[in-house]
Design a protein around this ligand. Structure first.
Ligand code: UDP
Length: 418
């Protein structure tokens, strides 16, 4: 097929699950409406490749074990998966087109694209603000050959991205689409119907199979809900959230929701983490277990999945994001958009998204009592919740709507073509 304008193609590793897929589902139609000829390609890989890229992911967050990167095998595996796919993609494109490679999982395609005169954007959604962290250096060394072929680096925070990259770099924060099924307004009746459908609330066992729940029974009608929505990833610290339960009032119910890890191919750790969370849940004494609901959400029907997250966030009295590291938590922006009071860890992008005491509360994620105290403060002070929620929604409208991201990309691509 021929086209009359330069193309922009986004590349990542999954079409469902996680923030980058979420972002691309909304960004690409919005860029299309804006007049950009835009496409999306998803890289495939075997479990060994995705185990390796998960190592890169954790190291960029300043965590994990760098050992798997040592030796030639890791580099050979990484490049043998990505270079043929880069070559294939380059063959579909023309000189002067642009490819945005998202996160370290796709960067290995850069040399094949650059060799054909295609402009390469590397969009890095992860990193750590801990300046003493040395683990990201392993990643920069591992990926050094690829950076020679990158024209511009986009990163969520100025501290993220390769420190010695000498060409263009821009700070570009993620964004949400307020009109999407994930974020559009829902009536109270819609929220009840959606959550009743999966059996989280209401008298009847749900007949909607979009989620499987580990719970003793549904959340009682007026019980406060504290919610965390996350992939089943160790850095999201779902088990740590369970450990906060003893510090919460006796009527509070904790809802931990995430995408079914068996449906996600690029995150082999998910299955293990969900099993660990389930084991920790089963170990809770019966009275505490009654107040915990593990919600494993299918991604097979993306619209239903998005509506369920929307309903969960709207029903929550407090939305928690107790990540140990976080590049940028879309879940937090989604909750803020819905006027929810949020408690988020003072790490990475979260510390930028939430202004402590103004648009939410920031906490030290290793201090369980402190996290619980912040949640308790919100549960008792409804005026504070209203103030934080209103300021949060205004902040999201000002800085984190998808139209801003479209404009950022427009500028980056235009600069590359001059
Ligand atoms: N999400 C989803 N379905 C789920 C669980 C999560 O669509 O069952 C979405 C969530 O609403 C958010 C994204 O996945 O939009 C997670 O993005 P975030 O930036 O919070 O974290 P990441 O997964 O990128 O580390």
């Amino acid at each position: 097929m021929s086209y009359d304008r330069p193309l922009l193609v986004h590349v990542n590793t999954t079409s469902t699950g996680g923030g980058v897929a979420e972002l691309l589902h909304r960004l690409i139609p919005a860029q299309n409406d804006d007049g950009t000829a835009v496409g999306w390609a998803v890289v495939s890989g075997n479990p060994e490749f995705f185990a390796l890229t998960k190592t890169l992911h954790h190291l960029l967050h300043g965590k994990g074990d760098p050992t798997p990167l040592a030796g030639v095998d890791a580099g050979t595996l990484y490049r043998s998966v990505l270079r043929p796919q880069g070559l294939w993609l380059a063959g579909q494109l023309r000189e002067g087109d642009t490819v945005a490679l998202h996160d370290p999982q796709t960067l290995g395609m850069a040399p094949m694209l650059a060799a054909r005169g295609i402009r390469v954007v590397w969009h890095c959604h992860i990193g750590t603000t801990d300046r003493s962290a040395t683990k990201p250096d392993y990643v920069w060394r591992f990926l050094a050959p690829e950076f020679d072929d990158v024209d511009v680096v986009l990163a969520t925070r100025p501290e993220f991205g390769p420190p010695r990259f000498a060409r263009r770099r821009h700070v570009v924060a993620p964004a949400i689409d307020p009109d999407s099924p994930k974020n559009r307004p829902l009536t109270a009746a819609e929220v009840d119907a959606l959550l009743g459908g999966i059996g989280l609330v209401g008298p009847a066992a749900g007949d909607d199979l979009s989620a499987t729940l580990d719970q003793v029974g549904p959340v009682p009608p007026n019980a406060p809900i504290v919610l965390q929505v996350s992939r089943w990833d160790p850095l999201k610290d779902m088990i740590g959230v369970l450990r906060c339960l003893p510090g919460l009032p006796q009527d509070v119910h904790l809802v931990l929701a995430g995408p079914d890890p068996y449906e996600v191919t690029d995150d082999p750790e998910g299955v293990v983490v969900l099993a660990e969370v389930r084991a920790a849940y089963r170990d809770l004494p019966e009275p505490e277990r009654r107040r915990v609901h593990l919600v494993n959400l299918s991604m097979r029907d993306p619209e239903r999945n998005a509506l369920l997250i929307n309903a969960l966030q709207r029903r929550a009295d407090v939305v928690l994001q107790k990540s140990l590291e976080e590049g940028f938590g879309l879940t937090v922006t989604e909750a803020m958009h819905k006027y929810r009071p949020v408690v988020a860890s003072a790490v990475g992008g979260l510390a930028l998204q939430v202004v402590d005491g103004e648009t939410g509360l920031l906490v030290d994620p290793t201090d369980y009592a402190g996290v619980a105290a912040a949640v308790r403060r919100l549960l008792v002070d409804r005026d504070l919740c209203r103030r934080l929620g209103a300021q949060a929604a205004a902040e999201v409208a000002r800085r984190y709507h998808i139209s801003r991201l479209v404009a950022d990309y427009r500028q980056v691509v235009r600069q590359l073509q001059t």
